[in-house]
Design a protein around this ligand. Structure first.
Ligand SMILES: [Zn+2]
Length: 267
């Protein structure tokens, strides 16, 4: 009887272990949900369709996340319908791929609070050319950590990796060389507020001018994870497998699927 009971218990324990393993793997396989915003109220990059294609492929290939698009539309209908607080509640985060200008978010303060509550924000290139303030710094830019100031002629650059363990930069090795890109010079950026991932040690257009020029970083915003890379002007940058690894690592980090440091190195 005792033997039967212990056999029964062993089987029950085993069954429970199998059930919990199954539920853990089911959880791990549930893709996260991202909104991909490509709405522009200023300059519109010709690389936007390429960005949408590449991010869609990364979602499908990785199985880590799915994408719903918020595109330019008549009367801003897509943004006003798909980005209400009730709609945002269905998502784990948002990607701003080459957005520009003052976007018609239905509730901008609510949107920022939504990120703060523990959502992911991933911004590429002109995501920092979005929500310029006439005076002072817009709260969106404070969330992002930096703002587009200007750019000069396209140039070849060597981006120096500042964190070799972070998912966004781990695949890049010591540095990431790009043959040709429009490189942003930023304002309202403070290295004490961000965890730097890529920087230049020379001015992109005048290599005799040494300095520190931020290219990509991540940071916390409340409980939320924020990632920004200023790269992503050109179609061939988006098509580059190295850039895509940079983005996929960043997205996984921002969604909490992979660990990475977000503490400012300069503090
Ligand atoms: Zn550009």
């Amino acid at each position: 009887m005792k033997k039967q009971l212990s056999g029964l218990l062993t089987r029950a324990t085993f069954a429970l272990a199998v059930i919990s393993l199954l539920s853990v793997s089911a959880l791990a396989q549930t893709p996260k949900k991202l909104l991909l915003v490509t709405v522009t109220k200023g300059f519109r990059h010709s690389s936007i369709p390429t960005a949408e294609k590449v991010l869609g492929e990364l979602a499908a290939k990785s199985g880590a996340f799915t994408i719903d698009n918020v595109r330019q539309s008549e009367g801003d209908a897509e943004m006003s319908q798909k980005m209400t607080m009730a709609q945002l509640a269905k998502y784990d985060g948002v990607i701003f791929a080459n957005t520009t200008g003052v976007l018609p978010l239905p509730d901008k303060a609510g949107f920022l609070d939504w990120i703060k509550s523990g959502k992911a924000f991933i911004g590429m290139h002109s995501a920092s050319d979005t929500f310029h303030a006439e005076n002072g710094v817009d709260p969106y830019i404070q969330m992002l950590g930096g703002e587009f100031r200007t750019h000069h002629a396209q140039a070849g650059i060597e981006c120096l990796v500042q964190d070799k363990d972070h998912p966004a930069t781990k695949p890049l090795g010591e540095s990431y060389c790009i043959e040709r890109e429009e490189v942003y010079l930023l304002k309202n950026y403070d290295s004490a507020n961000v965890h730097e991932l890529l920087v230049l040690d020379k001015h992109p257009n005048d290599k005799s001018v040494f300095g520190r020029f931020p290219i990509a970083w991540c940071k916390k915003y409340g409980q939320g994870n924020v990632f920004y890379t200023s790269l992503g002007h050109r179609e061939d940058v988006w098509e580059n497998p190295t850039y895509q690894k940079h983005l996929l690592g960043a997205i996984k980090w921002a969604l909490g699927l992979e660990e990475g440091n977000s503490k400012p190195q300069m503090r």
